[in-house]
Write a new protein. Structure first.
Length: 506
């Protein structure tokens, strides 16, 4: 029975691997073509989807607004909207063809590392005959990948971005006049570099740990502590990374990409006035027992949620009651608020994860889709995200009411310290451990997605352009490690490893 089921699966897999067979290019150029098409799709598809959703939403809103015959002005407006939509559609398609954008970067990175390898391997065969064939091939792949990564990142960096250009007075020591000079900053590719560095470190540490595990298993010295380290390393790294990201979202939002910042804000579903009040507590501009003019900030929030206005006055009420933090959900009970948060976050997450899981279930090469498995997978991922949000809020409440006053004290100064950062830090420490609810196979992908963003919060988003070579060197070295591992050893974990292995196959 097992042998009978093997041929259809193999046929399906081979058909997936040969999707680029109709493209009339030599086999040696197929990695370059695959990389370009994949980069183009990843750069263009999300923008097209966003444009389509916005256009569909505007059309539906206009249709609901029309109750009678459509006026001529509305017809002109609809025609103008359609023309603008098609112009934007074409602009997105053309923008992906820019030689200084992501698709060309992918093609140069992958194509360069595979094309240069052949002549370099031949040269090493003559010059380094003392090395084994495997060592010569590995050395050639590392060098060619480094060169390709260096020039491909330089290609991306050559494109200017308005966010990294700043006009300043040509003579700073004199009063500002009409004479300005433009200063260009580096850092636009920092997220990509940190992604490569994180992956390279994961490859190197994974290889060292696998070697250690093989030795200890062979000598029967593999202990329960070793198993615990293997199982908890990814969750611990995710907890630390997500804690840094949440701290930055709360106190240093400029350290995060704007799209990522907006997504966290949408998932958190918190009143911005509460966040602003806690930021003022940390900055010292809102202090318990001192009238600093901040009472109106939370007074409006109290009125909106049906709470006494005095609860928002830092002089009259020390500290702010947790009912204000709950924003009307769960009353004064922190546990009821946590439960209500979980339910709302679960429903919100399921609306995102379920369509994706069903789409993947239909796409997978199986005899028939498995909607039940897709539903369970979406429910599990939704429970993970809902628990993440719940633990963050409950950690804040624990520090403010349950644990914090017992450890730090209940006097005014201790309350200032708790609301000045301790409560948010408690939520940051707790929330990331929700990753334990996810499948073990997905934990590594989620961790490796969040870790680069956590590292980015520790570095400046813009820096002097003369230091850009350091970032380029770090990316080139990291990309060389990752690409070589993907082709030789298959040690690039997660979805990225599978994609790289298929793209770089000659």
């Amino acid at each position: 029975m097992a042998l009978a089921s093997t041929p259809p699966t193999n046929l399906l897999r081979s058909s997936r691997r040969r999707w680029d067979r109709p493209i009339p290019v030599p086999p040696i150029l197929r990695p370059l073509v695959r990389a370009y098409l994949l980069g183009y799709a990843s750069a263009v598809a999300p923008r097209l989807l966003t444009l389509l959703l916005k256009h569909a939403t505007s059309l539906m809103a206009r249709r609901r607004a029309l109750t009678g015959p459509e006026p001529s002005a509305d017809k002109l407006q609809r025609r103008h909207t359609s023309e603008t939509f098609f112009e934007s559609f074409q602009q997105i398609l053309r923008g992906g063809l820019d030689p200084r954008r992501f698709p060309a970067f992918c093609a140069l990175l992958v194509g360069g590392s595979t094309l240069i390898e052949i002549p370099l391997t031949t040269a090493l065969d003559r010059l380094a005959q003392g090395l084994s064939d495997v060592s010569r091939k590995r050395l050639a792949r590392l060098f060619t990948s480094f060169v390709a990564a260096w020039f491909s990142l330089r290609l991306l960096q050559s494109r200017q971005s308005p966010a990294f250009v700043e006009p300043v007075p040509a003579q700073p020591d004199k009063p500002p006049g009409v004479e300005l000079q433009t200063i260009s900053y580096a850092g636009r590719t920092l997220d990509l570099t940190l992604f490569a560095v994180t992956r390279a470190v994961d490859v190197i540490v994974g290889a060292l740990w696998a070697s250690r595990k093989a030795r200890r298993l062979a000598s029967h010295q593999w202990t329960a502590l070793d198993r615990a380290i293997s199982q908890l390393t990814d969750p611990a790294l995710f907890a630390a990374s997500s804690g840094l990201v949440m701290w930055a979202w709360f106190y240093l939002p400029s350290a995060l990409p704007s799209a990522y910042n907006k997504w966290i804000t949408s998932a958190a579903s918190v009143d911005p006035r509460l966040i602003l009040a806690l930021r003022h507590c940390r900055a010292g501009t809102l202090r318990y027992g001192v009238d600093t003019g901040m009472a109106p900030l939370l007074a409006g929030m109290c009125a909106d949620h049906g709470l006494p206005p005095s609860w928002g006055d830092p002089v009259a009420t020390i500290p702010f009651p947790c009912a204000l933090v709950h924003m009307g959900a769960g009353g004064a009970s922190c546990e009821l608020h946590a439960a209500s948060r979980f339910v709302r976050a679960f429903v919100w997450s399921l609306s995102t994860y379920l369509p994706l899981s069903l789409l993947l279930a239909v796409r997978r090469p199986r005899p028939r889709p498995r909607p039940r498995a897709a539903l369970l997978s979406a429910a599990r991922s939704s429970a993970f995200l809902a628990t993440f949000i719940t633990l963050f809020y409950y950690g804040v409440c624990l520090a403010r009411t349950r644990v914090g006053p017992r450890l730090l004290g209940g006097d005014v100064e201790s309350r200032r310290r708790i609301d000045g950062g301790v409560c948010v830090a408690a939520g940051c420490v707790l929330c990331g451990w929700s990753i334990l609810l996810e499948q073990a196979g997905r934990r590594k992908d989620i961790m490796l997605f969040v870790a680069p963003r956590a590292l980015a919060t520790l570095l400046p988003r813009r820096y002097a352009r003369e230091k850009q070579w350091r970032e380029t060197a770090a990316f080139a070295a990291s990309a060389a490690v990752v690409l070589t591992a993907a082709r030789e050893e298959g040690r690039v974990r997660g979805v990225l490893g599978k994609v790289l292995a298929r793209v770089m196959r000659v």
